[in-house]
Design a protein around this ligand. Structure first.
Ligand code: C2E
Ligand code: MG
Ligand code: MG
Length: 433
């Protein structure tokens, strides 16, 4: 933890240093009427290295990469690291054409294979460039525009760079705002949780809810987690979000002791494998006098094959503590049935894509039915997500699915609305189905 704090401090002073250098370079460029390039560089580290336990490998890799980066530019240029994967380069007295050559050189140098601790690793990068004075004149605008342009470059593929040409892309600008503001969203109290009911077909009642995180952004309004969860995971913010949701749900359960609902919480493998996980969640459970049996943990399916063993061990510990385990978004990733058989799970959540595939082609019953059958043989209950109308509801009921989640049952609701609506929702489902 201490290491992390120091790292953030280092980044903070880096940003101050960057601002200082940029201010000086721009003053100098203005006086001598020179062009300066502000380049925003992002490295894409392979997913397996983003994994907690490979922090050391990542550090070695980053230092090798920084060496290559330094060799690709002139001594007078500035490189500042702004976070785990991002750097800003300030290249003074340069034309757009020469800057193009430098960007090609950087991308080429950094993408050559690395050998770290007997692993061969390849990384890719993207660069966005904003030129002074043509693209922008203010230091802040230059940096932001270069970052937005990096996101444009990402759209063209790996190892691409892109110059700002005077037209700011709205989608990229939104993405940049989201990335910039996410680290502060929790502290500023902009996040909240909604709960989506899960309806048990056999018992004909709502047996649980899934906690879904929401972000109310002061300028952009409501933002779906689909827009920020991946970035949160890449930057490690996902871990604090998880603990925050976990605590919020515990508070909610503590305040609603008489409502017999099971609460599901989403977590990624990053959080699942945190060394601190078991201790921190047991502390939260005791703090709010909540039993683990009131909670389901939903793990997303994109579990890399090499982590299956670690995941398996961790899931057994959580089950021992009393949690229920669900495997989320099944059918969306690369998870094989044999991997699935090894995991101690209680619920299998089929991805919403199965609903679409069944709509398009009724023959897909031949694929879906055996999955459900197999789950049942293993004593695993099946949840389908994204059911939006009565026809889909009946189809999945006939397929012998156990639990239905989707707008047909209910949209995600605030905690206050949820408790007041359960009976009404159950009556409506009964009537419409
Ligand atoms: P998920 O866990 O698969 O959650 C289901 C998503 O489907 C939710 O989107 C939900 O609002 C949406 N949904 C439910 N029923 C329907 C329907 O009938 N039609 C349509 N079109 N959509 C439906 P949401 O809330 O935007 O969340 C997206 C994803 O973000 C989640 O997918 C989950 O992977 C992630 N997420 C949400 N909250 C958290 C969280 O607290 N922690 C983590 N790690 N991930 C979260
Ligand atoms: Mg989920
Ligand atoms: Mg899901």
């Amino acid at each position: 933890m201490e290491g992390k704090n120091n790292e953030y401090k280092a980044e903070f002073s880096n940003i101050e240093r960057l601002n200082e250098r940029l201010k000086l370079t721009l003053a100098f460029s203005k006086r001598l009427q020179l062009s300066t390039a502000v380049c925003y560089l992002r490295f894409h580290i392979p997913l397996e290295l983003l994994h907690q336990k490979d922090v050391e490998i990542e550090t070695i890799l980053m230092s090798k990469m920084i060496t290559r980066l330094n060799r690709s530019i002139r001594d007078i240029d500035t490189i500042i690291r702004v976070n785990r994967t991002d750097f800003i380069l300030v290249i003074a007295d340069i034309t757009e054409d020469d800057c193009r050559v430098i960007c090609e050189r950087i991308i080429q140098a950094c993408s050559e294979r690395y050998t770290v601790d007997f692993h061969h690793v390849s990384i890719t990068s993207n660069i966005g460039i904003c030129m002074y004075p043509y693209g922008a004149e203010e230091p802040h605008t230059l940096k932001e525009t270069a970052k937005v342009q990096m996101m444009e470059a990402e759209k063209s593929g790996e190892n691409c760079f892109s110059f700002f040409n005077g037209e700011l892309n709205e989608a990229a600008y939104r993405k940049m705002l989201i990335e910039n503001d996410l680290p502060y969203a929790l502290k500023k109290g902009q996040l909240y949780v909604q709960y989506q009911p899960q309806y048990h077909l056999g018992q004909r009642r709502i047996i649980g809810v899934e906690a879904l995180i929401r972000w109310h952004h002061p300028d952009l309004g409501e933002i779906s987690p689909a827009e920020f969860i991946n970035y949160a995971e890449e930057t490690g913010i996902g871990n604090s979000l998880f603990y925050w949701v976990f605590e919020t749900v515990c508070q909610q359960i503590a305040s609603e002791q008489n409502v017999p609902l099971k609460y599901s919480i989403n977590l990624s493998v990053n959080q699942l494998l945190l060394d601190s996980l078991l201790l921190r969640i047991s502390n939260l459970l005791s703090q709010y006098a909540v039993s683990a049996s009131q909670l389901t943990l939903e793990i997303t399916e994109n579990i890399e094959v090499y982590t299956v063993k670690d995941v398996n061990e961790r899931l057994y510990s959580l089950k021992e503590m009393g949690f229920t385990i669900a495997l989320d978004d099944f059918g969306n990733g690369y998870f094989s049935i044999s991997d699935f058989l090894k995991l101690p799970i209680d619920y299998l959540k089929l991805d919403r894509n199965f609903v679409f595939s069944l709509l398009k082609n009724k023959n897909h019953v031949g694929v879906i039915s055996p999955i459900i059958q197999m789950a049942h043989n293993l004593n695993v209950q099946v949840i389908i997500e994204g059911i939006e109308d009565a026809q889909q509801y009946r189809e999945w009921k006939n397929l012998n699915c156990d639990i239905i989640q989707g707008y047909f049952i209910s949209r995600p609701l605030s905690s206050v609305v949820l408790t007041a609506s359960i009976a009404k929702i159950e009556a409506r489902v009964e009537e419409k189905s």
